[in-house]
Design a protein around this ligand. Structure first.
Ligand SMILES: [Zn+2]
Length: 372
């Protein structure tokens, strides 16, 4: 662990980022939540104001966090609300921090509009954000693991019925302890048959859940997944198969998933040292007092990362996107160009590139640095 920043903050802020783990309902600024409450004649719960809406100290308890998350969703009640929160998320917590592309997690269950209206508002906002701020985006619909398997299947049915090009895949979120991944295998198989890509949250384990997510849910990415490092055999498998883990340092430090909650992120450090593909994102930025720059800065400092490491992380994220090959190539070009402009010492960023799903380089798989 190093304590001094290894990369200047302005470089981290401008760094080209690819965002694979940011929730729409988790990226609504508190002032916007207060506006929505006023607009719909509601008061914020527990007599809170915008200033104290997000009580970060309470989020070691995932249930306390999710209750607030649901309140935010319940205040989104028409297509204008959806447009506003999507546009603000993509700009305030996206393009203003160097994010060039985002796959937006959206949880339809708590939102106060039908799924088709949600899509209309998001699609319009995504087009506006692209035109105004140059950020491209797609949608990943998150199934709610604390609800029943049949509700998850019904949501997959809705995704298929209202299929649009912007929706590229499905995810699985809410508390893993209340909804182990195997319960949702049928919904995920259904999504896969419909041509949707798949990922799932696994923040608390056990490591066996990672195998279930890969084998029974057919996922190509895992959100969080830090407990992989407690099982060297599964680490090796993920290296061999080129599995990508979407890490969110600040929120996961608060929840004590990425380590002991002391800012050292031991598990992310072990994943990086093992050569696993990791990406960095900010999960629910205002709710955890963070943003994409801060998450990249925090992990760079904790792990002593160099700009070459950050280039590898950005390019691994490009490879893990669910864009078609043409769009992925375009994004890779934007990322490498921005890296070269920021730090010419990363001489050939393309040399760091790993194609989607390709095995890790031999040196990483044979160093034995797989687990703490
Ligand atoms: Zn998440």
């Amino acid at each position: 662990m190093t304590s001094a920043p290894t990369i200047p903050y302005d470089v981290v802020r401008a760094w080209p980022k690819v965002s694979l783990h940011c929730h729409l309902l988790g990226s609504v600024h508190a002032a916007t939540v207060a506006d929505l409450a006023r607009k719909h004649g509601e008061t914020l719960p527990y007599g809170r104001s915008a200033a104290d809406l997000y009580e970060i100290e309470a989020y070691e308890d995932l249930g306390a966090f999710l209750a607030t998350y649901d309140v935010v969703g319940s205040l989104v009640r028409d297509v204008e609300d959806v447009h506003r929160i999507t546009y603000e998320s993509l700009t305030t917590y996206g393009s203003e921090h160097g994010v060039l592309y985002r796959e937006i997690f959206v949880s339809p269950h708590p939102v106060g509009v039908p799924y088709a209206v949600l899509l209309d508002g998001m699609r319009a906002a995504m087009a506006d954000a692209r035109a105004d701020a140059g950020i491209d985006s797609r949608i990943v619909v998150a199934l709610h693991r604390e609800r029943s398997a049949s509700e998850a299947e019904a949501l997959v049915d809705a995704v298929v019925e209202h299929r649009i090009d912007e929706v590229v895949g499905v995810g699985l979120d809410y508390a893993e302890v209340n909804g182990p991944p195997g319960l949702f295998a049928d919904a995920f198989v259904h999504a896969g048959r419909a041509g949707l890509e798949r990922t799932a949250h696994s923040e608390s384990g056990p490591p066996r859940h990672i195998e279930v997510i890969l084998d029974d849910l057919g996922c190509s990415r895992i959100d969080h997944g830090y407990h992989v490092v407690t099982d060297p055999r599964i680490v090796q498998r993920c290296l061999d198969e080129g599995v990508t883990f979407t890490c969110t340092p600040v929120s996961s430090d608060i929840g004590r998933y990425s380590g002991s909650g002391d800012g050292r992120h031991e598990r992310i450090a072990a994943m990086h040292a093992a050569g696993l593909r990791i990406t960095i994102d900010s999960d629910d930025p205002p709710m955890f007092g963070t943003d994409p720059t801060r998450d990249h800065a925090v992990i760079s400092t904790a792990l002593g990362l160099t700009t070459t490491d950050l280039a590898r992380i950005s390019l691994d994220a490009v490879a893990a996107t669910w864009l078609d090959e043409t769009d992925r190539t375009t994004l890779r070009g934007r990322v490498t160009e921005a890296i070269a402009a920021l730090d010419p010492t990363v001489l050939d960023p393309t040399a760091l590139d790993r194609p989607p799903g390709a095995p890790a380089p031999l040196h990483a798989a044979t160093t034995g640095r797989t687990a703490p």
